[in-house]
Design a protein around this ligand. Structure first.
Ligand code: FAD
Length: 472
């Protein structure tokens, strides 16, 4: 994929809705233009001779150079190559692109890896998974994924209230027909394809007719995409340096009796397999997601360090403690990522998966809000109160230079620094990024419970039981 091909690919008749209107030119619309161009820029980097070996690899099957993130890792060296490629993508986007192609591609690797288990249920599903992986990898398609059912009534059983879950309304010779909605799909207006599967809560609820995994182009007839309020636009000349480039959008997906051809179906009516598959297909994305989170935290730490310096608080003990706490998050992530590689284990699909990182999903959700709080505490009101570029060019400039400068920094640079902080932790974009960090790995409560229930502590339980079996 290169930038032009990517931008052209969005002109495919997809049904994108924004603020009550259908968007005819997604790549050119002000709400999406910045994010689309940024992704296009990153795709072009894959073709730059300086980055070719880092960002692409040669498929032994076809001899074509494919995006590095589609490499199915068979060794620790492969895992590292995928990680290093992802590090480059996430540095380019300052850790702000959750649904980066470098992330989604690894879910496709997971689907490929799970093909034998899918085939055991129905042979054609395993073949579909393998063919689909090859199709998206060879064409370097931009994917998103949709797992959650709409937030209508979480206490209601979808068997009695079928609108509460995406469901199959017909099985025909040419495919299945699905009706319903998916709650939230990042990047949907800007992706080529959506992979639909189920989070653990939904796979577990025992309503087999709602259990389905499939993939479709976003331009499929009957599939409607409703976008949320965009954050990339810049009213009143206020710069939104991150939002303008990295607002990857989030959308509801409505399926109005959409036909999914059989060759795009991977799993049907099997909640137990969907539950097993969830961990399998996300094994690599959980690890690559940590690489992105580390980049977001590195960005937060750098902006917080410079902000502290710029207002003369960097030498204060409480500020250094805050910065130290943020540094500890970055360093812990270094160790988590290293552990993913050190504990890598072979899969029954013939690949090498990172070690179990379930605890990191809990830790990341717990630390994300705290990281935001630290930058807000350090920046104080400066995070909000900064002149715009037009203010800086106005006759107010002498006052700005006098009263809005920093310790060793002029008013212009200081305001740009704090605009970064505002986008990271303040404005709509910053709030969205924070919420994303908190929920996108799934419900924190459920993740904590699962972690506890799966934790093997038989040894220490036995020793404590033994200890209390006689007077202490
Ligand atoms: C910015 C952003 C981007 C996202 N991107 C994607 C994406 O690309 N693809 C995707 O599939 N999803 C995406 N998500 C969705 C995300 O995975 C969900 O938000 C998350 O799984 C929580 O689900 P929910 O929002 O539906 O909350 P709910 O499930 O409705 O939960 C709301 C609250 O109710 C509690 N609760 C719910 N059910 C129960 C229960 N049975 N018992 C006890 N308590 C309960 C929860 O703990 C929570 O506190 C995104 C979300 C955000 C905010």
């Amino acid at each position: 994929m290169d930038g032009k091909r990517y931008l052209d690919s969005l002109d495919d008749g997809r049904e994108v809705w924004l603020d009550g209107e259908r968007v005819s030119d997604v790549a050119g619309h002000p709400a999406f233009r910045g994010a689309a161009r940024e992704l296009a820029r990153q795709f072009d980097l894959q073709h730059h001779p300086d980055h070719r070996d880092l960002l692409t690899w040669e498929s032994p099957r076809t001899g074509n150079r494919l995006a590095q993130s589609y490499r199915p890792p068979r060794s620790v060296a492969d895992l590292r190559a995928v990680r290093r490629g992802a590090e480059f993508w996430f540095r380019e986007s300052w850790g702000q692109h959750g649904r980066s192609p470098a992330f989604m591609a690894t879910i496709l690797v997971g689907l490929y890896d799970f093909r034998n288990r899918l085939a055991a249920a129905r042979p054609e599903f395993g073949a579909n998974a393998e063919r689909y992986y090859t199709h998206v990898a060879e064409n370097d398609l931009v994917l998103t994924h949709a797992l959650g059912d709409p937030q209508i009534d979480r206490s209601a059983d979808p068997v009695e209230h079928p609108d509460n879950a995406l469901r199959i309304v017909a099985e025909r010779p040419d495919g299945i027909v699905v009706r319903g909605a998916k709650q939230l799909t990042t990047l949907a207006p800007l992706a080529n394809e959506v992979l639909v599967y189920l989070s653990a809560s939904f796979a577990r609820r025992g309503a087999e007719r709602f259990v389905v995994w499939f993939a479709l182009p976003l331009a499929t007839p009957g599939l409607r995409i409703l976008c949320r309020e965009p954050f990339g636009a810049a009213p009143y000349g206020h710069a939104h340096p991150f939002a303008a480039r990295f607002d990857e959008q989030d959308a509801m997906l409505f399926f109005e009796d959409v036909l999914v051809p059989w060759d795009r179906v991977f799993l049907l009516h099997d909640g137990a397999l969907a539950l097993e598959g969830l961990r399998r297909i996300t094994a690599w994305s959980a690890y690559i997601g940590l690489v992105r989170y580390r980049e977001r935290l590195r960005t937060l730490l750098a902006v917080a360090t410079l902000a502290a310096d710029s207002i003369g608080v960097a030498a204060f003990r409480n500020i250094q403690e805050d910065l130290g706490e943020l540094t500890s998050f970055v360093r812990v992530l270094d160790h988590f990522i290293a552990a993913g590689e050190a504990d890598a284990r072979p899969t029954d699909g013939g690949l090498l998966a990172p070690g179990d990182l379930a605890a990191t999903a809990v830790w990341a959700a717990e630390t994300s809000g705290r990281a935001v709080q630290i930058l807000r505490r350090i920046g104080g009101s400066g995070v909000l109160m900064q002149p715009t570029e037009r203010d800086l060019a106005s006759e107010l400039r002498p006052q700005l230079d006098r009263y809005m400068r920093g310790r060793d920094i002029g008013a212009a640079e200081k305001s740009r620094l704090f605009r970064l902080a505002w986008d990271l932790v303040g404005d709509g974009f910053g709030q969205r990024q924070d919420l994303y960090e908190f929920v996108h790995r799934g419900d924190l409560a459920r993740n904590r419970i699962n972690l506890f229930l799966r934790h093997d502590q038989e040894d220490v339980l036995g020793r404590v039981r033994e200890l209390i079996s006689r007077p202490l």
